[in-house]
Design a protein around this ligand. Structure first.
Ligand SMILES: [Zn+2]
Length: 79
């Protein structure tokens, strides 16, 4: 069982699942732990949340282009 906080790239990849409540409890705990320790990701999640509230739903293709570009840059490093 992995109880280490995840890194920033993991968090970026999981943020949609997190907001949908789709993470398993262990992963969600690691996600929350990272947020406590990382102001950058806390701000990032906040921005994501604001975006979603404006949209009223979660669909990747609806994420605003500038924000989507930031996500893709993060993904590119991760793989
Ligand atoms: Zn982080």
């Amino acid at each position: 069982m992995n109880t280490e906080p995840m890194d920033c790239r993991d968090l970026v990849e999981l943020v949609t699942a997190y907001l949908e409540g789709a993470l398993d409890p262990e992963t969600r705990a690691r996600f929350d732990l990272h947020l406590l320790e990382c102001d950058g990701c806390e701000n990032y999640l906040q921005q994501f949340h604001v975006t979603l509230e404006n949209l009223g739903r979660i669909r990747d293709e609806d994420v605003e282009p500038a924000f989507r570009r930031r996500l893709m840059e993060a993904f590119r490093d991760w793989r």
